[in-house]
Structure formats: structure tokens, C-alpha cells
Design a protein around this ligand. Sequence first.
Ligand SMILES: [Zn+2]
Length: 161
Amino acid sequence: MAREVNWNAINAPISGILSDVRIMNTASDSTKPGDNIDSWCGKCKMVLAHTIEAMVGKKPARVSCNTCKSQHSYKANPPGEGSRKTPGSAPSPRRSANRYQSLLKANGESAVKAYSPASKYEQGDVLEHPTFGRGVATAVRDGTKIDVLFESGSKILIHGR
Ligand SMILES: [Zn+2]
């Protein structure tokens, strides 16, 4: 018995919300199909004047390009804007080789330590690895991992084990 009463209580407010939405949609008057609007055109590769073909709520959904007449979805801004590549985010092999050389010079070759996972290293330590050769510890990640820059590139090594 109690369950039936609950269902009725849930249904009533939902139908009320649906009729509210319908009233709001008919009230929109700012932009409408047939209006001109600036949109990105993927064919022209430019932001150009477009004609609105279809709306979703108060926003243009489909537009047609006034220049090339192609129909596509509305895009206010060119794609990829704001995601510019930051120069130097991916260092070239040449650049990391230069960094390796200058780090070796800066830290001196007098105190080269033989690499062993049991030893502890600090930033700036120069060490000799049996496989990778001579490297410079560029960062201590935590108690057990260090970043070491070798001539072949940066590697994560175990230390202090
Ligand atoms: Zn176009």
C-alpha cells in the first residue's frame, strides 16, 4: 500500500518540470534559425558568417557557411585554440646531450661514484653505471628513486636499498 502512494508522489513533480521547460523554450527570442552568426568553418578554415539552420534550446546547433555553403555543427571558436604547443616541452636528443655535457662539467669529474642500488645519491652526484655509463643525478624522487641523466637520456634508478 505504502509503495503505490510513493510512486504517485514521484510522478507528479516530474510532469510539472516538463511543462516548465516547454514554456521556457517558446520564450527564447534572441537568435533563431535563418539568422546570421559567426562560426568556425572547417572547410574554409576561417571564422566566417554562417546562417543558422537549427537550434538546440537557445544555442545554434547546425549552421551553413555563407561562403562555401557547407552545413556543419556550430563552433564559436577555431578548433585547438588555447592548446598551443609550449616550446621545449619535448627536448630534442641534441638538447639533452648538451645538458648532459654541461651537467658533467658543472659537477666535476673528480668525485665519480660507482653506481650501486645500495648506495644513496644526492642531486648533482656523478655516477658510473655499468650499462648506461657516466650520469649525473638530476633529482631525488624519494628514498628509493633518483633521476639520472646519461648521455643516452634520463633514467630512473633505484638507490638506498
Ligand atoms: Zn565555409
